[in-house]
Design a protein around this ligand. Sequence first.
Ligand code: ADP
Ligand code: MG
Length: 341
Amino acid sequence: MAVIHVLDKHTAELIAAGEVVERPASVVKELLENAIDAGASQITVTIESGGVKLIEISDNGSGIEAEYIPTAFIRHATSKIRTEDDLNHIHTLGFRGEALASIASVARVEVLTRTENDECASVYRIEGGEDYPLEPGARGVGTTIRVQDLFYNTPARMKFLKKDSSEGTFVADIVAHVALSHPEVSFKFVREGKLQYVTPGDGKLRSAAYAVLGREFSRDLMELDNQEGVYRVWGLITQPRSCRASRSMQYFYINGRYVRNRTMMAAMETAFKGTTMQGKFPGGILLLEMPADLVDVNVHPAKTEVRFARENDIFDLVYHAVKLALAQPGTGERRFAFEEN
Ligand code: ADP
Ligand code: MG
């Protein structure tokens, strides 16, 4: 007869961590979300060896109070929600209290953090789930998290990583997605010792796009902004003549959260039908704002999939907004000359 037993804590932890941390890019996504939730206006991301050797994210957000630092690394420990009811209206990017616990179980982590109430900063080290006593450190208000040697204790996971340059490209893609979703935050991205960009953090989507996606792509983007009932969609889309052979330039967000969403994609592409050649895809940055209780973000541990209460509303909203933008006189010519700043 088969013996059924409950897995030991460490093994269970590794299984749970696997759902959140698939590769360096997933670590970067979670840490960036934490920095944004902490109210940072400046965030620096540094990676070495595609993020496998080092991911360092530094922010000027609220910091973590010394007494709570070890708690933050316990699974399901969060400052963002309290009750079941809170799950119905989530206003932060994080809420599952899983990221720090997951990351710390599969890497060597060091946190340096300070709140405005602390006289000095604290350093906390946790490696493969084993932690060390807090030590005093030095920094201004905010948090720096260093994640080293990802998957050093889980060789099975390590084997599935691609080569460093590919992992670095996944990270770059995530940083780009997050930076575009928060133009009010200045993001600095350093990859393998080379500065990639700094977004100005001036609150303008166009300036963030210019920094992240480059001049060539950004200068032809058309503005779009449409409100229907409780929904608003706004952002920038490509001109029909700038459509590309891939979907790599499609960026979708819901309430400031980067998502992969078929409904928004289908609505945008349907609206472009007839204006572009077959096999060409529009690009764009579409930000959807809607009541938090009409979208379920608690569908998957990585939180990039969402479910809408009223799917059709979303399709119609995005479709009409894109149609309207495309119908503007002058579309096809260089209508919005990009102002350099
Ligand atoms: P979640 O984001 O879902 O709450 P995490 O495991 O990502 O869970 O983080 C746990 C807690 O640690 C957060 O709720 C927050 O209070 C704190 N925290 C994490 N990162 C930061 C940060 N960069 N600045 C301030 N607090 C942070
Ligand atoms: Mg989080």
